[in-house]
Design a protein around this ligand. Structure first.
Ligand code: F6P
Length: 542
């Protein structure tokens, strides 16, 4: 079938389903069994989506008409799927186990990946054993990751999510993350740290990102001032650089033995599996980091090999396509019911919106429908007291992802276990009310309520149920979202691996820096910018 026929069939299906409320669809007792999918301990529950099992067949037909399977083959075999930058996107290679090989441009990329993991391992062992020493000879006990976007969010999200998996050797090491260019995180933090025992990890694929370099400069100066030693000594003992641009890191002053490298075929927002994951390995140990990679690899194999109709990332993507392009839903909330996943919404905001926030297709033509929705989120129980009002009674249709582990605190106090039961109950109740509205109540009490107490329901949601939040399960979860993003990009015909949209702002900011210090601003500026610049400069002079 060609894609146009598939879209037209889907539009017909959407038309006939539009009038059917989720409460009606959920009255089918077999619905849970036909619309839940499982792989390797992870359950994807699509039963609260506004579709029928046969809708999934039609969506799969659409994916086939877009040659999804061939595009998956192209991704994992290292073809230049990032066509606007002329390179592969090989995050799957970063979690391929040792012993396999993959030749790209005459090089075995897996061998390179494994060599870097070995270097990371020895660095982590040096730190954990107290053998990495600062300028005074004391052991390093604090690590500060300086990076932004993909060089920050993945390690930050994962370290927070897996902080209970710290091995004994890592207990003595404190980890911090600094990203904001205005110095507000760093200025407060530096006041609390001991320079003699602090190591900075500069994480930047390009090693040109001004946010990161500005923070790095402040950190370097702080160490020089505190120690009274030469910059060379400071850089040797207190800085590690993680980058795909070793010359730039060397130019900044990072000695080559303190550099960990990755490759231009690793996209920034897909880089937590590379050396950028060093803070993760420091936090949960190299074994934990390898478990994370193994979980992601399990999903990579599934994505590559499972039939599309049983393929978890593909199904998640297709349900998104259904909501966005057929049901006209353009807001997507990420709602983890586990406080350890506090940074997951921010991580997925970058992954999805920087990847698929595009309106131009691979051939340069404009997309003919919506692409990535507006995505945001918060720890579910906290969001209940913030924006759930809008989900329940607002005017916007919103699709929600509930993410929750079935088990937690299995070896801890009963009151903590009780708290987890509370979170589970809230997760289930919210997904139920969003779907059914006040039809979750008996008909009489719903109908007798005043209008402002009515709930219309029919908000679609997906539940992703983990057995437990382990390094392996988190690896699976993130890989599912990565491949979801790729699948949607294939269907929309866009490149998910570039981010040209952020470039112009960066260039303009550099030019604006000069304007801030000029006595006379350039007359090529627009009146709004000019007005603010004058006002700011007047205030700064006071
Ligand atoms: O926001 C643009 C971006 O290029 C992201 O894609 C990337 O994750 C981030 O900046 C940081 O880039 P780098 O790792 O090169 O410092």
């Amino acid at each position: 079938m060609n894609p146009d026929t598939c879209w037209s069939d889907l539009r017909d299906a959407a038309q006939s389903l539009k009038s059917r409320h989720l409460s009606e669809l959920l009255s089918d007792p077999g619905r849970f069994d036909t619309l839940t999918f499982e792989h390797d301990g992870l359950l994807l529950d699509l039963s609260r989506q506004r579709l029928l099992p046969e809708t999934l067949d039609q969506l799969v037909a659409l994916a086939e008409s877009c040659e999804l399977q061939q595009k998956i083959d192209a991704l994992v075999s290292g073809e230049p799927v990032n066509s606007t930058e002329g390179r592969a996107a090989l995050h799957t290679a970063l979690r391929t186990p040792a012993g396999k090989s993959l030749n790209v441009n005459g090089r075995d990329v897996i061998a390179g990946v494994q060599a870097t993991l070995t270097k990371m391992e020895s660095l982590v062992a040096t730190l954990h054993s107290g053998q990495w020493r600062g300028y005074s000879g004391e052991a390093i006990d604090t690590v500060v990751n300086i990076g932004v976007g993909g060089s920050d969010l993945g390690p930050l999200m994962t370290c927070r999510a897996l902080s209970e998996y710290k091995p004994d050797a890592a207990q003595g090491i404190e980890l911090h993350f600094v990203s904001s260019m205005d110095g507000s995180q760093l200025s407060g933090l530096l006041r609390t740290l001991n320079p003699a025992t602090t190591l900075f990890v500069l994480s930047s694929k390009s090693f040109t990102t001004i946010d990161t370099l500005a923070n790095a400069e402040t950190a370097r100066q702080w160490l020089i001032d505190a120690s009274g030693l030469s910059v060379d000594v400071i850089l040797r003992h207190h800085f590690i650089g993680i980058t795909a641009q070793p010359e730039k890191a060397s130019e900044w002053g990072i000695p080559s033995q303190n550099q960990l490298l990755f490759w231009d075929w690793t996209g920034g927002r897909y880089s937590m599996w590379s050396a950028i994951g060093l803070p993760i390995a420091i936090s949960i140990g190299m074994n934990g980091f390898r478990q994370l990679l193994a979980g992601a690899h399990s999903i990579d194999s599934h994505f590559h090999q499972a039939p599309l109709r049983e393929n978890l990332p593909v199904l998640l993507a297709l349900v998104g396509i259904w909501n966005i392009n057929l049901l006209d839903i353009h807001a997507h909330a990420i709602l983890p019911y586990d406080g350890r996943l506090a940074h997951l919404p921010a991580y997925l905001e970058q992954l999805e919106m920087e990847s698929n926030g595009k309106s131009v297709r691979l051939d340069g033509s404009e997309t003919n429908g919506h692409t990535c929705p507006v995505l945001w989120g918060e720890i579910g129980p906290n969001a209940q007291h913030a924006f759930y009002q809008l989900l329940h009674q607002g005017t916007e249709s919103v699709m929600c992802d509930f993410i929750v582990p079935a088990k937690r605190y299995t070896d801890r106090s009963t009151s903590l276990q009780q708290q987890h039961r509370l979170a589970l109950a809230n997760c289930l109740a919210q997904a139920r009310v969003l779907a059914l509205g006040d039809k979750a109540l008996d008909e009489e009490s719903a109908a007798s309520a005043p209008p402002w107490k009515r709930y219309r329901g029919n908000q679609p949601s997906t539940v992703i149920l983990l057995d437990e939040l382990t390094p392996y399960a988190l690896g699976q979860l993130i890989a599912i979202y990565e491949h979801k993003v790729y699948t949607q990009a294939v269907i929309w015909g866009i490149n998910p691996f570039d981010q040209w949209g952020v470039e112009l702002g960066k260039k303009m900011a550099t030019a604006m820096l000069d304007e801030l210090d000029k006595a006379q601003q350039s007359d090529t500026l627009d009146s709004a910018t000019l007005g603010l610049l004058k006002r700011i400069n007047t205030l700064r002079e006071k």
